[in-house]
Design a protein around this ligand. Structure first.
Ligand code: ZN
Length: 293
């Protein structure tokens, strides 16, 4: 079979989960191509390893609307291939700041993550590097009309200030990036706090009659993981969580809300976990103030 940077699996009617099939399985990363009658929507774009645009065009001949759930490089690395795409404006500044730093990133990621048997197939010219791209702002309540199905935007800040999920009522699912998963990183964006994140999860639960599944950037989860997220984050607020010291991949000291086993799974069998910073549990306005004289 011809070498391909990508593989796809149909996880729902007209919903393709795409991954870099040549990578090891240390951190599976996915994006989703959702087909409508008039247009297709690509949610996130992974690392920029290989031409995702060309791969998507083997799955659909409809025009592709590209949306990013948030600005992180494992969700927007391939976005530069598209002349324009949609993202929350609350993540624009961080996205542009990252652009300046990410030259050569795609090839570095490819070399680090690709299985030995495919290493000699990696070609520099296949990597997607940052370039100017037209970003369109997208807001809570916006509808993306694919023809035969409309996708609804819901803002769920926490992992980043501009994190959004996309509700597909017809398929009863969310395309949800890194919003709520087994390792929800709440320590990365200084504009976010745990108290606000809980409010956003509660808001998201208000839509629960409309979806059963979360198609996340790194896994697929039953919607009940949101209940676990609210439960565990409430424990963080009461200081009743495990508050286990961890060093996040960015090198900073943070806390994990639940104990994890060898496989990063919770030892109590539940799925949701969060990493957070002690000084960003509460909003500044309702948090703990240090009073000095
Ligand atoms: Zn992320």
């Amino acid at each position: 079979m011809a070498f391909s940077y990508f593989s796809a699996k149909e996880v729902g009617e007209g919903i393709f989960q795409i991954t870099n099939g040549i990578f090891d399985d240390t951190l599976p990363t996915f994006c989703y191509l959702v087909l409508g009658e008039k247009a297709a929507m690509l949610v996130d774009s992974m690392y920029g390893v290989g031409s995702l645009k060309e791969f998507c065009e083997t799955l659909t001949d409809k025009p592709i609307i590209h949306v990013a759930t948030h600005f992180h490089g494992d969700h927007t690395g391939g976005s530069y291939e598209f002349s324009e795409f949609y993202m929350s404006p609350k993540d624009f500044e961080s996205f542009y700041a990252g652009m300046g730093r990410s030259g050569g990133n795609a090839m570095r990621t490819a070399k680090r993550r690709t299985l030995p048997e495919y290493q000699d197939q990696l070609r520099e010219q296949d990597m997607i590097e940052p370039k100017e791209v037209r970003l369109h702002p997208i807001f809570e309540g916006d509808l993306i009309d694919l023809g035969g199905k409309q996708i609804e935007v819901i803002e769920v800040p926490g992992h980043t200030a501009g994190e959004i999920v996309l509700l597909d009522r017809k398929a009863r699912c969310l395309y949800s990036g890194d919003t709520c998963n087994t390792n929800t990183l709440l320590q990365l964006d200084p504009k976010c706090c745990v108290a606000e994140y809980i409010e956003n999860l509660r808001k998201l639960n208000g839509y629960r009659s409309a979806f059963d599944t979360l198609f996340n950037g790194h896994d697929i989860q039953n919607a009940t993981i949101i209940d676990e997220g609210i439960e565990l984050c409430e424990k963080i607020l009461r200081h009743e969580d495990a508050h286990l010291p961890v060093t996040s991949f960015s090198g900073t000291a943070s806390l994990a809300a639940q104990r994890i086993g060898n496989t990063m799974n919770r030892v109590d069998g539940k799925r949701f976990n969060a990493v957070y910073n002690d000084d960003r549990i509460f909003r500044a306005a309702d948090g703990i103030h240090t009073i000095t004289v």
